[in-house]
Design a protein around this ligand. Structure first.
Ligand SMILES: [Fe+2]
Length: 313
């Protein structure tokens, strides 16, 4: 594959990378990695323990309830068919390790991004290949690492909110990093007034400032996206500082937000977090969800009285 996988529309959007919600274009579709046949093959060979298979049910206020499933033993083309017809959202984690040709493309895309965006030097990049149904959506949440979302097939709309105290309280990020809560955050519809909305079409990518909350709705078509988490020394130090702050807050010590303090103070807290992690002072409260359905087989769902995740509408 030739160089030049990333293209910003203008100088301003290139400069906005990591500072504001940004959209740009990518060249990942110049490969045969995301055809139905390629996806079906990957669904079959990807390790079962690296799958997340979810259906979210929403109330009138847009608050989500999660139902989680397993891949089962169906052939890849049937699994793909189940996603296309239902409300299911599938993520294949660590895709770079199990789809080597895609792993090379991810490396190249980040190398290209690093050349264009001054100072972007990721020390770790992991990819999730996400297949989602026409009516699937992802609730309001924030990710601890930086994220670049490469959109590949279908259309989706993403709302990106400011990473400020109103939309992403630092206490919530501390709790996420201490594994006391999942990445999902309290959401109200009136928060949308502060959001940047991007309509993603195949060949587009989106990125946002570290910890900016976001939510996604598919726009009536089967979607394929590649979500890449990346850590830089900056994000690692910031997250370490949140972790240390979270522990100190629990001990009743005075805490200033990791976002407000100097780089030197943040780095000291990160150093402290390394030791604190080893002490294992806090037990994870993020439970693993009970798997209540098998993809491609609605029967177990019906039998336990839950909504059929493969039903449309
Ligand atoms: Fe996310």
């Amino acid at each position: 594959m030739s160089a030049g996988l990333i293209q910003f529309s203008d100088e301003q959007s290139r400069r906005d990378f990591n500072r504001k919600p940004t959209a740009f274009t990518h060249g990942l579709l110049g490969t045969d990695l995301f055809t139905d046949a390629a996806l079906a093959e990957q669904l079959e060979r990807h390790p079962a323990e690296l799958f997340d298979i979810n259906v979210f049910h929403y109330d009138k206020e847009g608050r989500a309830k999660l139902q989680t499933g397993t891949k089962g033993r169906r052939p890849g083309d049937e699994l793909l068919g189940a996603v296309k017809q239902g409300k299911v959202w599938i993520q294949m984690r660590r895709i770079q390790d199990h789809y080597p040709r895609l792993g090379e493309v991810i490396q190249q895309a980040f190398s290209d991004l690093g050349q264009q965006v001054g100072g972007l030097r990721p020390i770790d990049v992991t990819g999730q290949l996400i297949l989602s149904a026409p009516s699937a959506s992802v609730p309001y949440h924030a990710d601890p690492p930086g994220v670049v979302l490469f959109h590949l097939r279908g259309e989706k709309r993403i709302w990106i909110y400011p990473p400020d105290e109103t939309h992403m309280p630092c206490r919530a990020m501390e709790q996420i990093l201490l594994e006391q809560q999942t990445e999902d955050l309290p959401y109200r519809r009136d928060m949308d007034a502060a959001a940047t909305v991007i309509d993603l079409k195949p060949g587009m990518a989106a990125a946002w400032p570290l910890h900016a909350p976001h939510r996604i709705e598919n726009q009536g078509s089967f979607n394929v996206s590649l979500s890449c988490d990346y850590q830089t020394w900056g994000s690692r130090i910031t997250n370490g500082a949140h972790y240390a702050n979270g522990i100190m807050r629990r001990m009743g010590a005075p805490v200033r937000s990791a976002e407000e303090i100097s780089v030197a103070a943040r780095t000291m807290l990160w150093g402290a977090s390394l030791g604190l992690r080893r002490l294992k002072l806090i037990r994870s409260r993020v439970m693993s969800y009970e798997r209540t359905f098998e993809l491609g087989d609605a029967a177990p769902v019906a039998s336990c009285g839950l909504i059929d995740p493969l039903a449309t509408g």
